[in-house]
Design a protein around this ligand. Sequence first.
Ligand code: PMP
Length: 377
Amino acid sequence: MSRSYKELAVSSIRALQPYQPGKPISELEREYGVSNIIKLASNENPLGPPPAALRALQSSAQDLALYPDGNGYELKQALAARHDVAPDSITLGNGSNEVLVLLAEAFLQPGLEAVYSQYAFAAYPIAVQCTGATARVAPAFGAGADMPLGHDLKAMSKLVNEKTRLIFIANPNNPTGSWLPATALRSFLESLPDHVVAVVDEAYWDYVDEPDYPDTTQWLGEFPHLVVTRTFSKAFGLAGLRIGYSVSSVEIADVLNRVRQPFNTSIPAQDAALAALGDSQHLRQSVAVNNKGLQLLGEGLDAMGIKCPPSVCNFVLADFERPVGEIFEALLRAGIIVRPVANYGLPNHLRISIGLKEENQRLLEALGSIIARGTPA
Ligand code: PMP
């Protein structure tokens, strides 16, 4: 009788659902035979990588026979200057996703708990479950709230107990696009017991331009239990290189440094990230293109009667008020990849990343004709 290796896997891993990424362009080409595809599914930067990063990549190619500087000295120096913190408080990761996993590995184990919100970014449940710890999921605000589907900090507070070690707050959150103002977040952090490490995930920070939206990297002096994560994958346009980081107390960074693999970020990733930090023009342009796109998509969808909760990110969450499977399929056949979010418990929504103007217009036209055709019935 052949052995089941799935049965041999530890029970917390057997229970995992794998992360569902956006459909790759090459897969759509293979499966549907369509060309001229646009991908508005993974919140990538439609302008591409910063030119300065491309130049840095060319020269880093010469060093590829060498292991990277596992400590990422130069990049940490630049990030420390950017956030006005000590270099030793930075932890580099293979995407900020890896830093989230390091945090879970470092602070959780069976018998301990982590808290996050309903509709919070899908990496949190995976990271928590892998450790065998228990996830406590707080109900999010309802669709009619001021911040529809956003994190309800009071509900999250209620789940904190003596077993809680980690709390994940996405500000802003993916896939809802919702955000938390400084005042509410500050009093929440003040209220947390000191055995709880608070992770504020700011992957979309550079896109947000709201008067009361905080830069929590500036709060580290006040909150020793705070860890802020950022990424080069979104506004900095380097998702393919996989590089992100956290800023925390030196003590927490030291703990994370014990867990991480010795060479977790590559030479090209470190070099390109360093160059990207210096390419402020590309960053400004990326944010400007996103702002215009958010407006165009929001208005265009609204004109079709499709509502989106307010988003401060590089995507919108479109509510079709009925299951979206067939609309998603019809868009694929039109060569447009967006992201269904039924895995988040949102079967009536599609998450649509902001693209270039012509991509946003093509999406709106395709959706318009799908809806006009009455496809699906
Ligand atoms: N946090 C949030 C809220 C995200 O949406 C993402 C990417 N989808 C990440 C973290 C991880 O991004 P990366 O690993 O590319 O830095």
